[in-house]
Design a protein around this ligand. Structure first.
Ligand SMILES: [Fe+2]
Length: 235
């Protein structure tokens, strides 16, 4: 660290220590099942870089949506292959990222689900970035009535969502999962500002990287020191 870095208002992800002992709640690491990583060698390279950062546990959360109707059994098979190929120290778990759409309503009805969390009592859900789904309330009610906590992926990325709706969702028992890259500037200023606002209000419950592909610069990407300090409190 140079003399000037002592006074810098930014830190790299590696310097921040955020990843030390971190549980990454959201990732697309199972090769070839969605728009995430396509090759096993890339998955293994990402896992080895995450090991170097100190990540402890990763939930693999492939997309399930009408446009990508991954079957539960298929994902279990592909996850087993990943577990066999990976010999490192990070604990890998399988869950899924469910788009709120009619397919989710069907899967809920059939209780055909890949739950999330230590007690498997959460369900990771997402919506379109631009508009609220018509069945948003219905889906949340059904998730709750089956005994799961809805865990909303990257709430800071939804352009249509405003402060009041975040508060309402929290009142309804929805948990929030921060995408770490939002604070590293990956999705632009709006997502970064919203992430900061939600952090300041103490609204996040989980964090994740939502990794889709190998980023050799990941550990060196910078964030505001004050943001890093708020994220550290989440751990
Ligand atoms: Fe995702």
């Amino acid at each position: 660290m140079s003399f000037f870095d002592l006074f810098s208002s930014h830190v790299t992800l590696a310097e921040s220590n955020i990843c030390q002992g971190m549980v990454d709640a959201h990732s697309h690491l199972i090769p070839g099942v969605d728009d995430g990583v396509q090759k096993m060698e890339d998955t293994l390279a990402i896992l080895s870089s995450y090991e170097a950062l100190g990540v402890k546990k990763i939930y693999c959360t492939p997309h399930i949506m009408e446009d990508l109707p991954n079957k539960t059994a298929h994902l279990k098979d592909r996850f087993a292959q990943l577990r066999e190929a990976y010999q490192g120290s990070i604990e890998l778990r399988l869950a899924a990222e469910y788009m709120i759409d009619n397919l989710l309503l069907n899967r809920l009805q059939e209780k055909d689900l890949l739950p999330h969390g230590e007690k498997e009592d959460h369900l990771l859900i997402e919506t379109s970035y631009y508009s609220s789904p018509g069945c948003f309330e219905e889906a949340i009610e059904q998730v709750r009535s089956l005994g799961f906590w809805p865990m909303l992926a990257h709430p800071e990325r939804y352009c249509y969502m405003e402060r009041r709706q975040y508060e309402k969702l929290k009142e309804e028992g929805v948990k929030f999962q921060l995408n770490l890259p939002s604070l590293l500037g990956k999705y632009g200023e709006d997502a970064k500002k919203k992430a900061r606002m939600l952090l300041e209000k103490g609204m996040y419950d989980f964090m994740g990287t939502d990794v889709h592909r190998l980023d050799p610069q990941f550990a060196d990407r910078k964030m505001k020191k004050s943001d890093a300090e708020m994220v550290l409190k989440l751990k």
